[in-house]
Design a protein around this ligand. Sequence first.
Ligand code: COA
Length: 187
Amino acid sequence: MDSTILVTEMKKKDLPFLFDLWHTHDVMRYADEFPRLRGWSKSEDLNDAWKRYQEKRGKSGKEYTQLILRLGDEKPIGESFFASLEEGATFGKWRKPERVICVMGDIKLLPQYWGQGMGTDGMRKVVRYVFSETACELFVVPPHRKNPAAQRVYEKAGFVIFTGMRSWRNHKIMEMSKEMYRKHYGD
Ligand SMILES: CC(C)(COP(=O)(O)OP(=O)(O)OC[C@H]1O[C@@H](n2cnc3c(N)ncnc32)[C@H](O)[C@@H]1OP(=O)(O)O)[C@@H](O)C(=O)NCCC(=O)NCCS
């Protein structure tokens, strides 16, 4: 199934939507910043948040991107953020492979859109965006161990769980390499 969800980079006018989403308790229950990659999402001031996003993106390039998920009519319904991991990054027993460009990301939707396949469609579009618009070679996502919906969405989008540990700080790690992406998505 291919929905009408569009995935585009955030514009300044999207910030009020993002801050509302991040203040929705059900959305954030198992999905706080992990592992504190953004650096501007707790800002009280939209101008300051926008400035800090631009600065970070300027320094980090396309591998640091805030995406907005929209319906065909442009209405924002969710977001996805990804950022690259530094050489030597570890999460428990998971370790970033040396010299492999690796980004970590996630997805969040407004609760009224859950349970209709939109998370899966949205995540598939995020995956396509990451592997076509950035130099990413390994995409990792960290679903909370008590968040089976997120785990299932990532699984349906083609991620595979890292079985080297049960969880780290309550998060599991799931991975998709560029090879897995090509196989799964035929791109
Ligand atoms: C995670 C999230 C994006 C999923 O979006 P969604 O639109 O509901 O996802 P989908 O409808 O495409 O798929 C959900 C899947 O999870 C399954 N699921 C939902 N609740 C479940 C539960 N309690 N136990 C097991 N599976 C569950 C559904 O059955 C479905 O799988 P299926 O198609 O095989 O039946 C959404 O719940 C969300 O935004 N959550 C808050 C933010 C968040 O936690 N994000 C993840 C950060 S790592």
